[in-house]
Design a protein around this ligand. Structure first.
Ligand SMILES: [Mg+2]
Length: 226
């Protein structure tokens, strides 16, 4: 099979005849965090719905995500909870008030991708309630009997990596999120906003506009659309 090696110098020069990058209308895409922004924190909601307080533990308590996930899967196994039971519980969780209307209006204006560290199988009932927006997240490994046996993370630092990849194919990204793991994509974007964030994160990032209401966020995004 023929294989052409890319010469790094060609990238610097650009391709002959190709329009300069600043020509034409910019192609915006909005990248939104999911949990805490559009829907409640899934594990906290699931902890409450299932009555298993140990599942309240989040990345704020345990920064090592692998360790945290192994801990969570261990608890699920202990309680005999498989994917079906979890999806039934998650199906009772509703998006945050106003999230669906916000997303519907935003998706009429521009392209939107939800970037989340959750898993497709957990998010599915919530995506149904949000009108099936595009979601880039991770995948659970599930045995035929429904036991969750493991999980597969799509890529390292998925939000920042995805935003950079979108930029590499001609998009200007606009990002919003509530948490530490959103700061990378927020700072790497043409415009970035904190939304329903914590006082600590807002204090640590005083230069980032921070909003609490969907109409404020929508107005801010409208203000930067090309
Ligand atoms: Mg979040």
């Amino acid at each position: 099979m023929a294989c052409t090696k890319e010469n790094p110098d060609d990238r610097e020069k650009g391709q002959a005849g190709a329009p300069a990058p600043d020509e034409g209308k910019s192609m915006d895409i909005v990248c939104l965090d999911m949990e805490g922004v559009l829907v409640p924190e899934i594990w906290i909601a699931f902890s409450e719905a299932s009555g298993i307080p140990e599942l309240r533990r989040t990345t704020r308590d345990e920064p090592d995500y692998d360790k945290l996930m192994r801990y969570r899967l261990g608890i699920l196994k202990e309680h005999g909870l498989g994917l079906r039971e979890i999806q039934e519980t998650i199906a009772k969780i509703d998006p945050l008030p106003g999230a669906r209307a916000f997303l519907d209006e935003l998706r009429e204006l521009t392209q939107v991708i939800i970037l989340s560290d959750t898993f497709t199988q957990f998010a599915k009932p919530l995506m149904a309630k949000l009108g099936w927006p595009t979601l880039f997240c991770n995948t659970l490994e599930v045995a035929p009997d429904g036991e969750i046996t493991g999980y597969r993370m799509r890529v390292e630092k998925s939000k920042l990596t995805t935003v950079k990849a979108l930029q590499s194919i001609g998009f200007d990204t606009i990002a919003a999120g509530d948490s530490h793991n959103d700061l990378g994509m927020i700072r790497a974007s043409k415009a970035g906003f904190l939304f329903k964030s914590t006082d600590a994160i807002k204090a640590e990032n005083p230069d980032l506009p921070a909003y609490e209401a969907f109409d404020e966020l929508l107005a801010a995004i409208k203000g930067v659309l090309g």
